[in-house]
Write a protein that binds this ligand. Structure first.
Ligand code: PEP
Ligand code: MN
Length: 356
């Protein structure tokens, strides 16, 4: 159920409703909108709970949430969520550009990529220190040494760090270094990992599993949200189909579909979504045109020598060209790639949800 509060409901009235919800043995979550607050009451729905909540002071109405996911749904929060952490700001008109190598490989590789992507307009740096690889014999990542290099790159460039965490046990360590915890496609339904990421105050970038439906993606997001973390970014990175000319099939309709169903920002990954460098710029531009809130793109100083995913990585000149194209498309849809405002850059590195 959603308890919709009056526009002039007081903080005490909202807290009282949340307390009453918890008293029924339901989970409560206060969602503060621009105009009014709502309290999501998640759990068994009973007529007597509804009637009791309707009589609470400050309550406008109590309505059922029809979607299987609750806190993620637009029924609970019609306004788009904007997520800010350090230099990254995306959602509700703000475009984020997360760029960098697939894997952190060395100080020189990472710092040169960080400087280049920053110069050409990236608003966050990506780089995997823990790599979930299809083969156990492939490069598994530099682990904590890679995290240290990412932190050094943030110190030098000011770019927020997006990096993957693959197990619940690693969350505390990765969260010490990262601004954004990436949960990869292979782990989208690792429910314990989602819960543990939901217990942190870091932004979580949740990638769609290659065979997951949209409802499954949104229910995976719900695990993070219901654990108390409102800072979730969804990422479409392509799904597995019968088609083999691309590594995955990248459905851009996911962007307007998700925008219709959820208030959470949506990012497109044209690198994994296509698996070929030459296809990345067009799909990046198309994603911006389709209304994506951001992009995550693989960029490497020398893709031919990359230890992972070189065949889909851009070099610096290709990234610059892609950014110029995406900027032009962004202008056409009244958006811009921009760093977060100064207060956020200088403020806490932790995620801050902004309802707009
Ligand atoms: C990655 O971002 O390098 C990655 C492993 O992505 P995905 O989880 O989408 O395969
Ligand atoms: Mn990759």
């Amino acid at each position: 159920m959603i308890v919709v509060m009056n526009i002039d409901a007081t903080k005490e009235q909202i807290e009282d409703v949340a307390r009453r919800v918890e008293g029924f043995g339901l989970r409560s979550q206060v969602i503060t909108g621009e105009e009014r607050s709502v309290v999501a009451a998640v759990g068994e729905r009973r007529e007597e709970y509804k009637q009791s909540l309707e009589t609470c002071p400050g309550v406008a109405q109590v309505v059922p949430i029809l979607a299987p996911y609750k806190i993620a749904s637009r029924e609970v929060k019609p306004e788009r969520t904007r997520i800010k952490t350090g230099s990254l700001s995306l959602g509700n008109g703000h475009l984020g550009m997360i760029a960098g190598p697939c894997s952190v490989e060395s100080e020189e590789q990472l710092l040169s990529a960080a400087r280049a992507v920053k110069q050409f307009g990236a608003t966050a740096l990506r780089g995997g220190a823990y790599k979930p690889r299809t083969s156990p014999y492939s490069f598994q990542g530099m682990k904590e040494d890679g995290l240290k290099l990412l932190a050094a790159a943030r110190d030098e460039t000011g770019l927020a760090i997006v990096t993957e965490v693959v197990t619940p046990e690693d969350v505390p360590l990765v969260a010490q270094y990262a601004d954004v915890l990436q949960i990869g496609a292979r782990n989208m339904q690792n429910y314990r990992l989602l819960e543990v990421a939901g217990e942190t105050d870091k932004v979580v970038l949740l990638k769609r599993g290659p065979s997951a439906t949209m409802d499954e993606l949104l229910l995976a997001a719900e695990y993070i949200l219901s654990a108390g973390n409102p800072n979730v970014i969804l990422c479409e990175r392509g799904i597995r189909t019968f088609e083999s000319h691309t590594r995955f099939t990248l459905p851009l309709a996911s962007v307007p579909y998700l925008h219709a169903k959820t208030h959470l920002p949506v990012v497109i990954d044209p690198s994994h979504g296509t698996g070929h460098t030459y296809l990345v710029p067009s799909m990046a531009a198309a994603a911006v045109a389709a209304g994506a809130d951001g992009l995550i793109v693989e960029v490497h100083p020398d893709p031919s020598c990359a230890m992972s995913d070189g065949y889909q990585s851009l070099d610096f000149a290709q990234f610059q060209e892609m950014m110029e194209l995406c900027q032009r498309v962004a202008n056409a849809v009244d958006k811009s790639f921009g760093a977060a405002d100064t207060a956020a850059v200088n403020g806490s590195a932790n995620g801050e949800t902004v309802s707009t």
